[in-house]
Design a protein around this ligand. Structure first.
Ligand SMILES: [Zn+2]
Length: 326
């Protein structure tokens, strides 16, 4: 699954990081010496990552025994093709659009936890920490820790009665004792499996001339569930709504032309049907929760937009301007 869902499967061929790391440590070279030296520590860190990644700042912090030089060498391993194969990761994940934002764009690899020497150099070549991502998300996220507010009350792992009450109050709902709470960070596309694509919705404002604009994305119903809070923070941190604006403007601008190509009759039933078909196509091509699929889904239920499109289809077909010869 791709799009803004957090349900990207980690490519199986890249999941055995320890085996690769061991193989790497047996090769000659500076970086391999650092890998050899810290393999045990790396193993321990890796096994914690899946369960505790949200507490990485406190649980996976750089070992005191790692010197700056070691950190730089471990970090440097990321660039070596023997450890990381971006192409196969992308293919293995069957990626159709960026898993962070749901926008189809140039895909590179993002380090979920920053690889810089001060933070997580030992995770710079770890597949679970490498997320295929569009360059815009990479840029928005930068080298920042995905969870800057790690000391926030929401991040406590086991709630004492007092803290549980405070957390319940801040989330506005009841919560079982001892549940992991961490809703301020960016979604981790391999690990956050609570975010279901069918629960993501797009709404927008409508202008008779400009058409739909200012997309707003929401998750689930109005209840402030943990997943909904996480989703909203994710949108805010990666500025996804403002970036989606350009995508929906392009799709909307091209739509009358596409409908004419498809010889869609200018009545609301025919236009709605065609938009529903386009929604299915975009779901298939870009992912269920991709911005284009969400846009067409929202459009298919918007009578005002369908009306605007019908009016545009009734206008005379634009022709190439001819030079009048006198
Ligand atoms: Zn993205």
């Amino acid at each position: 699954m791709t799009g803004i869902t957090g349900q990207l499967p980690c490519p199986p061929e890249n999941s055995d990081a320890i085996t690769r790391m061991i193989a790497y440590s047996k090769k000659a070279g500076e970086g391999s010496a650092a890998a050899r030296k810290h393999l045990e520590w790396i193993k321990k860190s890796y096994s914690r990552y899946d369960a505790d990644f949200q507490f990485a700042g406190t649980r996976l912090k750089r070992s005191a025994s790692v010197t700056d030089n070691d950190a730089a060498l471990l970090n440097g391993m990321y660039g070596r093709t023997s450890l990381v194969d971006a192409k196969s990761m992308r293919k293995g994940a069957k990626l159709k659009s960026c898993p962070y934002c749901g926008i189809t764009n140039g895909i590179t690899l993002d380090h979920y936890l920053p690889q810089n020497a001060a933070d997580f150099p030992h995770l710079s070549a770890y597949p679970m920490n490498l997320v295929p991502s569009c360059s815009d998300c990479q840029q928005e996220k930068g080298t920042l820790h995905p969870n800057k507010e790690i000391r926030h009350i929401l991040f406590i792992k086991r709630a004492t009665p007092d803290r549980a009450r405070a957390v319940r109050a801040s989330l506005g709902q009841g919560r079982a004792k001892g549940v992991v709470l961490n809703a301020q960070r960016v979604i981790h596309p391999y690990i956050d499996r609570g975010i279901h694509p069918s629960s993501i919705r797009m709404r927008f404002s409508i202008d008779p001339l400009a058409g739909p604009h200012s997309p707003r994305l929401s998750y689930g119903d109005r209840k402030l569930t943990r997943d909904a809070v996480l989703f909203l923070n994710h949108l805010r941190k990666l500025a996804i709504e403002s970036r989606a604006e350009g995508v929906i403007q392009t799709l909307w601008g091209n739509l009358p032309l596409i409908l004419r190509e498809l010889r869609t009759p200018p009545d609301s039933d025919s236009v709605s049907d065609e938009i529903r078909r386009l929604c299915v196509t975009y779901k298939h091509n870009c992912g269920e929760a991709s911005v284009p699929a969400l846009f067409f889904k929202a459009l298919s239920g918007c009578a005002e937009c369908i009306d605007i499109l019908c009016r545009k289809l009734r206008e005379p077909e634009p022709t190439l301007s001819r030079v009048r010869v006198r």
